[in-house]
Design a protein around this ligand. Structure first.
Ligand code: ADP
Ligand code: ASP
Ligand code: MG
Length: 437
């Protein structure tokens, strides 16, 4: 069994969908995980926001526009009249469902139900396409096995038990299609694995079924050594370890959802990143082994805030950091990066939801400064503690950029820095020039 996940651009238009058929149509049993067509989730988020703001007219216009786009997709996707008719009916039923939300009070729970329509539509259309080509496949609803617990974490036990039970009904099917991203929560409501979550779905399914390989098919030839959206001439890395990939994904490499490496790593299942537009390219292979290299890749994570706590009470005291951490725990807010001196501690977080309350509580311990619009730059390479002379190139490269925090020694394979987001592009460019060119 292998898992093949195709992202938004890989199902982004009728031709792209058709191009997937030769990639999946062989004798191997596989789960095909699909994202929504590129742009759809963003459009659905916009519709949900308009409904939240009670802007019903604009929401209805957006719903109609998206619906027309999908009717056009159906026209181009199918050639058989009967199948095409089913395609149009399918689109109508999903958009009737969305339109119903314009008629009543709108809540956050319903927002999740609206967002789910993107993956529900793409998988149904693809299933119909295979039907038109007489290719046997089944559509397995992710909502029947993918679940998060009350903390928003995947319920691995539930997922494993339920997907296995569902698959027993189809012992010999070769192609099993399911939705990425969407799931149910602990209360049985429709929920999701956060933006970009289809990668996470693929990894969770791969782990649950002990798959041979998890393939993430996207629009680029694998993991690049820097973010190609901001830096020119980035290069593909052919091999990465789980640890390296996990750090890069967590610290902003958009090619993988931040949590998507963990389930694969726990079960030691190789993850392969491939390009749907260039399927013959070998892509990137992520496994437990890796070739060490001084510098392998750089990633950046925006939306970071830093809290600086200064207190003379910290001097020679014990238990001070525990008090600090307890405040973050009380607000269920994870910490990304931390640096300490004898009288001060700086902490970054990527979820600013409770930042005001956290800062207020921290003021009981000392003076507190908050700074927003920060970016963490993560450099992955060989940073083992016994090694000498690896970091100078980084500081030389960035000697024109103010470095707000430096985290070294926390992980043998990464070094992280905090900078102003306004300096991000330049920092990434300088790092590529000095470390990789
Ligand atoms: P999909 O829709 O297939 O999930 P994404 O847009 O989520 O695709 O991820 C692929 C994109 O990630 C690439 O097109 C690229 O712009 C971006 N990206 C950011 N950092 C990297 C990186 N280090 N290597 C490759 N791609 C990256
Ligand atoms: N469709 C979802 C999103 O755009 C999930 C994904 O594509 O991975 O975030
Ligand atoms: Mg993605």
């Amino acid at each position: 069994m292998k898992i093949m996940k195709f992202g938004g651009t890989s199902v982004g238009n009728p031709d792209r969908m058709k191009a997937l058929i030769p990639l999946i149509n062989d004798d191997e049993r596989k789960i095909v995980v699909l994202s929504a067509m590129a742009g759809t989730t963003n459009s659905l988020v916009e519709i949900a926001n308009l409904l939240c703001a009670d802007n019903i007219n604009e929401a209805s216009d957006n719903i109609n526009n998206l619906r027309s786009k999908y009717h056009q997709v159906v026209e181009e996707l199918f050639s058989n009249e009967i199948i095409r008719k089913s395609g149009h009916e399918l689109i109508d039923s999903h958009f009737e469902y969305i339109r119903n939300f314009t008629l009543r009070v709108f809540t956050k729970v319903q927002e999740k139900a609206i967002l789910a329509q993107g993956e529900l539509i793409s998988t149904s259309l693809f299933h119909l396409l295979l039907q038109e080509r007489n290719i046997k496949a089944i559509l397995l609803p992710a909502l029947s096995f993918m679940r998060i617990d009350k903390d928003g974490e995947p319920d691995s036990f539930y997922i494993e038990e339920n997907i296995e039970r569902e698959l027993k009904n189809y012992p010999s099917e070769k192609i099993i299609i399911t939705q990425g991203f969407i799931c149910r929560n602990a209360y049985g409501e429709i929920d999701n694995l956060k933006r970009g979550g289809s990668d996470f779905t693929a990894s969770l399914i791969g782990a649950a079924l002990n798959a041979k390989e998890i393939q993430i098919w996207t629009d680029i030839n694998g993991f690049h050594n820097n973010d190609p959206r901001f830096v020119e001439n980035t290069k593909v890395i052919r091999e990465l370890s789980f640890d390296e990939a996990a750090e890069l994904a967590y610290f902003g490499a958009k090619i993988l959802h931040p949590s998507s490496v963990n389930p694969a790593r726990e079960r030691n299942i190789p993850v392969r990143l491939k390009n749907t537009m260039e399927p013959e390219d070998i892509g990137t292979l992520i496994t437990s082994s890796s070739v060490l290299q001084d510098y392998k890749a750089v990633a950046a994570k925006d939306g970071i805030s830093v809290l600086r706590i200064r207190s003379d009470r910290m001097l020679m005291a014990y238990g001070f950091l525990r008090k600090v951490f307890e405040i973050f725990e009380a607000y269920r807010t994870p910490i990304d990066m931390i640096t300490t001196s004898e009288v001060a501690v700086s902490i970054t977080l990527d979820n600013p939801e409770f930042i005001k309350q956290i800062a207020k509580d921290l003021k009981e311990l000392g003076t507190v400064e908050v700074e927003e619009n920060q970016t963490i730059i993560c450099i992955v390479g060989d940073f083992r503690t016994e090694k000498t002379g690896s970091a100078p190139e980084i500081f030389e490269a960035l000697n024109t950029i103010p470095l707000k925090m430096i985290s070294y020694g926390g992980s043998p394979n990464s070094l992280s820095l905090l900078i102003d987001t306004s300096n991000k592009k330049e920092a990434l460019r300088l790092l590529s020039k000095h470390l990789f060119d």
